[in-house]
Design a binder for this molecule. Structure first.
Ligand SMILES: *Cc1c(COP(=O)(O)O)cnc(C)c1O
Length: 827
């Protein structure tokens, strides 16, 4: 240790109690002293802010203590670098994790406040698109709960994921001005500023020993300012930190123009540089190769690395111990420029020898891959790099040069392999393959479910697998049971705890103790009652927001996720239309409410058309007296974490129907199962492992396997064959094509029909249709046996232990990070 911390003991701290009276006192004090409102005129929002301040001040002391323990114990730190953190709301999470829920409720009641309404005043922190960003949020919760010294690093977007309105059945995007009323959870650190350079040019020169040296000069600079967010663990003293960066104009930059007397120009430039952290890119799985996006990536990576090294150098000189004290996880390739940046810092700024620097770098980084789909693999044109990050381009060339030398040495007769492995793709113009940079620069690369990892090894990264057979490993995703069961489903969580205690919150495998209760009629009745209450709660919201009445006893058939062709919402729609046709033809079915929610990327026209189709189909079906109350279709707008918390506990059936081999893992599938929904799903992503855990008899499987998909493509797939062979399928498709659901514009959905037929049906909906419809038939049959359904539903919950993100994080900690839990001393 270089220097001991100063004692803070001399500061007089008025410790805050967790009892109801002192919380009530905090609420009142904050209303008056922090918000400056008269209780007589205070709004729900004012009370929300008071509550947030009352909760956060009960975290901050532990937060400071946690940071101090890590420092004093010189703990190995884990840095989770992610462009996205989909946190959702914080108030309930903060209250539950600090264990003062009951007293908070009492305090609110004491003031005559409606806790539910006040809680809903909070904006979702939606700094992410979907699964990838939500995974990062679950990981932060688990690291804090397990006592792992984990820090989240990302971007403080001024505008997060857009708000989705549905107008006339169409998605309309509205800006997410989430900071409008201020964010009570963030602590601005205006003194924590780092310089980030862009553009400019590289000057080479030789040092005294004649070694080549490089200077990156004439750059345009932006400052990164830190904002900190406390991340409390559950039932522990540990409170970790998430640090997000906001762009601020650099003072130097301003001065240049001020000196020229051009005040307005200076302010304009200030605005331009602060645009860097203005908005989240709302694209889920397709890459938009935009300059601003690349700048965002380097911006947060550059600031985070500087910050990480400042912390490291408080204890350690130089870089030799970095891999022993620091693990950096790259959440997808978005932050993978960090590999070149760390090399630049060591080689250019600290004169570390290249080979030594490279050894340190590769032992520090690990990379998580999230997708196999080629359109999602990030690449950047060499010219763009040359302009924005000229020195990094040189470093990437050098990394590639040395890497390819090794490749050629090991595989001298295989030039095809050299080209395939190269970090530079020469086949589509010259582009940098960020995944290759990430793999070459990391000691471990992980997939996010068994199947996904296997396919990585067999397909897109097969050449790397051959080269480094131990580098690619699996880390099946998980979700935090605190938010996704305890917080979202208080009814079920109370029922569970009443029977098996509260140990499951920190050790989800304990849910296994529910297994015998599946055969207990009384427990089944209670369990079914909780589900019905949750459905009633959702039905009320649907009535309020959409003016659609749904029957809480109908099967709530739920597909909630980003709208994407590979996720096959359209297959679900084909089933809905088939049910509708059967009803119109005098058939019968179990009453169903088919619930959709999800956002489409603003530029993804086909996905937006699918949203319009769902809403048009809903319009026709919900208003057709012929189906009366047996079928309803509902599209709930603005799918986000808070809406997920509302919908998930009310689901009976979970739709996880992606084409086999396309969904890396899925985590929505886990949330729904954990809350007692049965899954209808393909053998894709983590569905396979969920089925394995809950037992095949408690899971509805259908469709082609990945092997069958490959064989079908190899044999030649013709969707028209399926169209002609299946009358019900043909009828449903023709109705879409001919404007049955769009009488005002009969051409509207022809592009959907075309994509599924002459377009080649790339996601094999027609091939899986019959199997899906038949499977839905057995879902119906089971739903009629409500007791048998409930039994299977309980067994699903009971076997979800594996999918706690606590399990995922302890696997990362032991197999990738080499990080240990650190105990924070209690008071
Ligand atoms: C969990 C979650 C997702 C991911 O859902 P998948 O079904 O795994 O794609 C996306 N968005 C939100 C808001 C979520 O909570």
């Amino acid at each position: 240790m270089k220097n001991k911390p100063a004692h803070y003991a001399s500061a007089k701290i008025n410790k805050l109690s967790m009892d109801a009276e002192s919380i009530e006192c905090s609420l009142g004090n904050h209303l008056v002293y922090s918000i400056s409102k008269d209780p007589i005129t205070a709004t729900d929002r004012d009370w929300f802010y008071s509550a947030a301040y009352a909760a956060r001040e009960r975290l901050t002391e532990h937060w400071i203590k946690t940071m101090r323990s890590y420092y004093e114990q010189d703990a190995k730190r884990v840095y989770y670098l992610s462009m996205e953190f989909l946190m959702g709301r914080t108030l309930m999470n903060a209250v539950l994790n600090t264990g003062c829920e009951e007293n908070f409720k009492k305090a609110m009641a004491g003031l005559g406040l409606d806790a539910e309404r006040i809680r809903e005043q909070e904006f979702d922190a939606a700094l992410g698109n979907g699964g990838l960003g939500r995974l990062a949020a679950c990981f932060l919760d688990s690291m804090a709960t397990l006592g792992i010294p984990g820090y989240g690093y990302g971007i403080r977007y001024e505008y997060g994921m857009f708000n989705q309105h549905i107008e006339n059945g169409y998605q309309v995007e509205h800006p997410d001005n989430w900071l409008r009323y201020g964010n009570p959870w963030e602590f601005p650190r205006p003194e924590m500023l780092y310089q980030v350079k862009f553009n400019g040019r590289v000057v080479n020169y030789a040092d005294e020993q004649g070694n080549p040296r490089f200077h990156w000069v004439d750059t345009d600079d932006v400052m990164a300012m830190a904002y900190d967010y406390p991340i409390p663990g559950y039932d522990t003293e540990t409170v970790n930190n998430m640090r997000l960066w906001a762009a601020k104009a650099s003072r130097d930059f301003d001065l240049r123009y001020f000196n020229e007397g051009n005040y307005i120009k200076a302010v304009e430039d200030k605005n331009e540089s602060e645009n860097l952290s203005k908005v989240l890119y709302p694209d889920d799985t397709t890459e938009m190769g935009r300059e601003l996006r690349l700048k965002q990536q380097y911006f947060f990576v550059c600031a985070s690395l500087q910050d990480i090294l400042v912390r490291h150098h408080k204890h350690h000189d130089g870089f030799d111990t970095l891999p022993d004290k620091v693990a950096i996880q790259l959440n997808d390739t978005h932050p993978s420029i960090a590999i070149a940046e760390l090399m630049r810092i060591m080689v250019d700024l600290h004169n570390v020898d290249w080979d030594h620097a490279w050894d340190i770098t590769t032992r520090t980084f690990a990379y998580t891959n999230h997708t196999l789909m080629p359109e999602a693999l990030e690449t950047w044109p060499v010219e763009l790099f040359e302009k924005i990050l000229p020195r990094h381009l040189q470093i990437i060339y050098e990394i590639n040069h040395r890497f390819l030398k090794e490749v050629m040495h090991r595989y001298p007769d295989d030039p095809g392999l050299w080209a395939r492995l190269s970090i530079i793709d020469e086949t589509h113009g010259r582009r940098i393959r960020m995944a290759h940079l990430a793999i070459v620069g990391s000691h471990k690369v992980n997939g996010v479910a068994e199947l996904h990892t296997q396919l990585m090894k067999d397909t897109i990264f097969a050449d790397f697998q051959r080269m480094w057979p131990h580098k690619i490993i699996n880390m099946t995703n998980g979700i935090t049971p605190r938010r996704w069961l305890n917080q979202a489903n208080p009814g079920l969580s109370a029922l569970i705890s009443r029977h098996i205690g509260r140990g499951w919150l920190k050790n989800l495998s304990q849910l296994r103790r529910l297994v015998p209760l599946a055969d207990d009629a009384e427990f089944r009745a209670e369990f079914a009652q909780v589900k019905r209450d949750n459905k009633l709660r959702l039905a009320k919201v649907i009535e309020q927001r959409l003016h659609i009445q749904v029957d809480p006893d109908s099967m709530f058939d739920v597909q909630i996720k980003r709208i994407h062709e590979y996720k096959r919402q359209l297959l679900n729609v084909l089933h809905v239309i088939t049910l509708y046709n059967r009803l119109r033809a005098g058939g019968d079915c179990v009453p169903r409410t088919v619930i959709f929610a999800g956002k489409a990327a603003p530029g993804y026209l086909q996905a937006k058309r699918i949203i319009k189709l769902i809403n048009d189909v809903a319009d026709i079906i919900n208003n057709d007296p012929a189906v009366a109350d047996r079928l309803k279709v509902v599209f709930i707008p603005n799918y986000d974490v808070s809406n997920a918390e509302l919908i998930v506990p009310a689901a009976n059936l979970s739709e996880q129907i992606s084409t086999a081999g396309t969904e890396a893992s899925g985590t929505g599938n886990m949330k729904l199962s954990l809350n007692g929904a049965l899954t209808i799903g393909t053998l894709d992503g983590a569905n396979i492992e969920i089925r394995q855990e809950v037992g095949p008899e408690n899971f509805f499987i259908f469709g082609l396997t990945t092997d069958e998909v490959s064989r079908l493509w190899a044999a030649g797939y013709n969707p028209w064959d399926y169209y002609h062979a299946d009358a019900e399928l043909r009828q449903a498709l023709d109705m879409i094509n001919h404007g049955y659901f769009s009488p005002d514009d009969r051409e509207r959905f022809r592009p959907i029909f075309d994509a599924l037929t002459q377009g080649g049906d790339p996601y094999l909906l027609l091939a899986d249709y019959a199997s899906y419809i038949a499977c839905q038939q057995s879902v119906e049959a089971l739903y009629r046996e409500s007791d048998a359904w409930t039994r299977k539903s309980i067994l699903n919950v009971a076997h979800m232990g594996k999918f706690s993100s606590d399990r995922t994080i302890s696997d990362y900690a032991s197999q990738i990070w080499g990080a240990q839990p650190i105990s924070v001393p209690a008071d």
